[in-house]
Design a protein around this ligand. Sequence first.
Ligand code: ADP
Length: 643
Amino acid sequence: MPLSNISAGVSFHELVDAAPDGIVVCDSTGTILLVNAQAERMFGYERDDLIGQQIETLIPDRYRPRHPQHLQGYVEQPKARPMGSGLSLFGRRRDGSEFPVEISLSPIQSANGTVVSAAIRDVTDRKAIEAEARRSNAYLISAVDSIQDAFVLYDEEDRIVLVNSRFRQLAGEATKGTIVGKRFVDMLDELLAAGFFAAEQGTPALRKRWIGYHEMPSGALELKTASGSVLRVVEHPTAEHGTVSLFVDITEDRHRSDELRRAREQAEAASAAKSEFLASMSHELRTPLNAVLGFAQLLQRDKKQPLSERQLERVDHVLRGGEHLLRLIDEVLDLSRIEAGAVAISLEPVEIASVLHEVMATLDPVAQRAGVELTAAHGTLPDRVLADRTRLAQILMNFGSNAIKYNHSGGHVRFELARNEDVLRISVADDGIGIPEDKRGKIFEPFHRAGQETGPIQGTGIGLAISKRLAELMHGAVGFTSETGKGSLFWVEVPVARALSVAPAVAEPPSPTLTFADGLRHKIVYVEDNPSNIAFMRELIDDLPGLELITAPTAEIGLELIRAHLPRVVIMDINLPGMSGFDATKQLAAWPETKAIPVIALSAAALTRDTSRAVSAGFYRYLTKPVKVDELMATLEEILAKT
Ligand code: ADP
């Protein structure tokens, strides 16, 4: 545009000075002809200082030597263009400092030949912003790249804008060309077509599943690759309406949890096998023991041919030996079941007074025989505790019987209750033999008898181990203090149940007396396959007037006989050849004519599992072998008294 066309009143200098960029005009030799106000400010010179100077004054020293050549080249082929195409250019201020610039060159034809106009822009700020942006971008990329899991970022059009190298490693081979820029669906189809995923997931099904998840991600998606890896895909929408996708390789975790599961299953199977083994061992041991103890009891009670004192003494040894063996079997079985976690503890509010009463009533005859006085501390509130009643009683029985056993005639055993906030401590104190100091450490370990191994006092060394485990299962604890020669104090602590109430004392059950002499003959059917058990029962019943025993070797025959005779009582073995005692009892309950007949179960299986099955199977009572003659007699009497 010729300058003359510019509106009147605006001078050429005013116009040049109003330009936002610095303008410097020089001739083909590099002599500065014109400088505007912006250029003055930018380079820190007065206009007059520059006019007539060489243009190289304004460029850093290192570029100066080659500059005249560049200028010459430009003058020979003059056209408007940016200078330095893509190079970083710098200006040099009067004080020698440099600053980044962008320069546009324009040739101007004048009367003195070609002159060059340079429009110079100071880009210091822009360069700083660009550098900052580059730095943040680099941070972001290195952060994304350092993620262990594969990472993909999609934009709002579902195109990949960023992936990390883990993703390239994972999917790079299965996808074609550059990953960035690909649409999600195209990438998915490429992966599917390349057989990246395990075929068993079904291609269309997998495609549908992933697209569905991608559209509305919730939770995680699990995928198996053809190479056997398991990937967990987690996606989240971004604020910019894109999506981030993470691929977590959980193959190792899966293997580990599979291994753990297998190990647990094996351990459970082993523990179940051990439990089964112990149960059947206990059955096998109890059956012959049943005969030993049963017949020994019969010999002891034989009124027709009473034994001599000497013989009675020997039978007493047999009985005591047998009972010890029985206790050992039961305790080993109990301990191993507790250790196998197979003991169900049912915690409920228990009236501690009634448990104590029951334990003391059981221990009283033992204490009397040993000449030991058994007392309980009065004055303490009888709290309700949170415990398994049977198991708590078992612990107290263990402490109490030890306190009597490891004592001397004239000794004392005292049960005491003390509440400390939410815990009730029940202690059993004795003034017996005490425990040697060096033996105290292992007292709660199985089979440790603290020096009593060779002594005259019978024991198995398992009772305290069981007590400790049981207390722990009830969220309680056990402990003791002892002084050699002076006595010991064993305690168990259990949580107090929240609601408190005073326990009513439990009435003592009447002691059984055997009276069958009502002139009637009562029939008893005994279903049992073991001949020595049958022989024992026959001898026992034969001694009692008014009772008639009918025996059956199998449940099937037993059912026939029961229907034919309609006996007053059935005594049923559980483990029978063919139909079991459980099923036979169920059958009896189903027939109208037999359903009222009480059935006493008599089984060698002492596992609690059997006992609870027995209750639900509808037995009148569940007795375990070896038969305790008094217990069986009391049960028979109870039933017969009901007529
Ligand atoms: P057991 O009495 O069958 O041997 P326990 O496990 O009940 O087994 O007890 C382990 C050992 O602890 C006993 O053998 C005995 O030496 C010692 N002991 C337990 N209670 C007392 C006690 N009150 N006084 C002295 N010693 C005791």
